[in-house]
Design a binder for this molecule. Sequence first.
Ligand code: ADP
Ligand code: MG
Ligand code: MG
Length: 350
Amino acid sequence: RATRIGESTLADWMNSATSGSGSGLPFLVQRTMARQITLTNCIGKGRYGAVWKGMWQGEPIAVKVFASRDEQSWARETEYNTVMLRHSNILGYIASDMISRESDTELWLVCYYHPLGSLYEYLQRTELDHQLMLQLCLSAANGLAHLHTDIVGVCGKAAIAHRDIKSKNILVKNDLTCCIADLGLAVTHNSEEDQINIPKNNRVGTKRYMSPEVLDETLNTSSFECFKQADVYSFGVVWEIARRCVSGGLVEEYNPPFYDVVNYDPSFEEMRKVVSVDNYRPVIPNRWSSDPSLSLLSKLLRETWCKNPSNRLTIHRLAPAITKEIYPSNDMDPLLSLAPKVDEKTYARN
Ligand code: ADP
Ligand code: MG
Ligand code: MG
């Protein structure tokens, strides 16, 4: 029997979908979605295997393939995506499935495909104008704000902290707004019982983007606020975007944060020394100070990089501050409500 996720819990589905022989192998998967997908080419490699472009019912889709030993990570991403995560700035999820290939079981996560790829790749090949820069920053901020938001209702949404915010985990959509991807390390917060479900794996993100408190291991893992504060630090990814914005004929080349002080694959110790001990932060280029939008972003960046996590802006303050730069006449109180989404009709480029 093929059961669809959404009809039952993941655990029910895993049980009903296995053969019952104790092998854990799926029972009669031939008719399921994975069998209808043709994988065409590999579009990304990350920690847990590869991401493929595929075709399903005539449409391009993206398939993240997990080996069966990474089941935990697959189950986690699947679970988050089935709890009201739909938002235009969060990677759209289609389905999860398993498939047996070469005597192993692969676990698939099927999502919408974004041909422009990650923000990391996009920024290397593209120079931005002001509008595009702000639009990329704001849309990514809106995605993170939605993740961090706890929606209480008959069918609501738990607050989620991402724990691996970086330009490789943000995708650029065809309308040139961003969506947040890769929930493999995320944690959710049960606000009623104030409980955090910490994943069993102890990988805590990407060293280059780790906050000082993650690096010196002082993050209070029993407070959900602390995980959100660490995400905001990593959201300094805005610096990578702003460097690519042309002003007065000047622009910086693409570089990842801390390119000036650490090598390609910095160790935990190196990053701890730079960020936590020496309190060094990415350099704000001089030219930014003579440009209103870049000055605003540098001010916001300083407030996301504070050593003391509780002095940082929350994402719910940062997003409206960018909105104000885009819509100066908007008289909505930015501190009371979430930023509106970028109007796609006004900002779309062909
Ligand atoms: P991992 O958990 O292994 O890091 P990700 O989900 O971050 O996997 O995906 C790895 C890379 O694959 C991304 O950095 C991006 O370049 C590419 N990628 C992932 N999902 C998509 C997608 N839906 N459309 C286009 N490219 C994608
Ligand atoms: Mg990733
Ligand atoms: Mg990941």
